[in-house]
Design a protein around this ligand. Sequence first.
Ligand code: SF4
Ligand code: SF4
Length: 89
Amino acid sequence: MAETRVQEGKAAGAVEQPSPGKSLPRIEVIADFCKGCEICVVMCPRNVLEMRADPSRWVGSVVAVVRPEACTRCMLCEVHCPDFAIKVF
Ligand code: SF4
Ligand code: SF4
């Protein structure tokens, strides 16, 4: 399982900025595992994720990646998802 890393010299809790020229993170949502609890949305410090209504699903909603360019690969969403439904590469 991934860990949250704080670079040396940075204050704990500091939000790392994406480096220019670095490839965009790939964020995968396994919709069948998502129960719409919103934990990942609340945990994301960069507002990358959002809940989307989806009446076809038993929970009525699913998480959506709306600002992938803002993702810093901090992994908070992945490590806090209780259902292993979101992965960041
Ligand atoms: S934390 Fe996991 S189960 Fe909850 S909304 Fe996010 S992806 Fe879905
Ligand atoms: S890894 Fe997850 S919590 Fe962190 S910035 Fe990207 S989407 Fe948000």
